[in-house]
Ligand binder design. Structure first.
Ligand code: IDP
Ligand code: MG
Length: 152
């Protein structure tokens, strides 16, 4: 009887990478382990992870698309309030996979089962605290990984 042959590496689509940030509320609430557990349980791979106290300049570049919005300055203040866990995560279609795991921006209405839906809520502040950042497209992922991990 013939055994099934293992797939040749050429049968596997190349892995994609995305930038994930566990934001100050995740760090403060000691949810780093729980959030990384969900990412690993989904099957994605950590390529890099580091606790960082980012410069305001890095945060300004990271959130450049939001410059001028009412929550922009509070967002930068919030993101520099406590060290954040910045990570590069890899896997096929990981950009959309991490966005799905995180759930939509508003934690009050984010579906149960998602990180924001299960673990987040409205705390009444000027910034929506929603625990986790994930790049919103492969192009954003490449830009953000280049910003946070220029050596990768
Ligand atoms: P995303 O993190 O789901 O991609 P974005 O629209 O890119 O959401 O916004 C970046 C971050 O800015 C959000 O995750 C949240 O922390 C904050 N934010 C977005 N919209 C608002 C708002 O209307 N009020 C307060 N904070 C906001
Ligand atoms: Mg975004």
């Amino acid at each position: 009887m013939t055994q099934p042959q293992p797939s040749a590496p050429s049968d596997v689509r190349p892995a994609e990478q995305t930038l994930v940030i566990l934001k100050p509320d995740a760090v403060r609430r000691a949810l780093i382990g729980e959030i990384l557990r969900r990412i690993e349980a989904k099957g994605y791979t950590l390529v890099a992870a580091e606790l960082r106290s980012p410069d305001r300049a890095v945060l300004a570049q990271h959130y450049a698309e939001h410059e001028g919005k009412p929550f922009y300055e509070p967002l930068l203040d919030f993101m520099s309030s406590v060290p954040v866990l910045v990570a590069v995560v890899a896997g096929q279609r990981v950009v959309e996979g991490i966005r799905a795991l995180a759930g939509p921006t508003d934690p009050t209405t984010a579906p149960p089962g998602s990180i924001r839906g299960d673990l987040g809520r409205d705390w009444g502040g000027r910034v929506t605290e929603n625990l986790v950042h994930g790049s919103d497209s492969p192009a954003s992922a490449a830009r953000e990984i280049g910003l946070w991990f220029p050596a990768l």
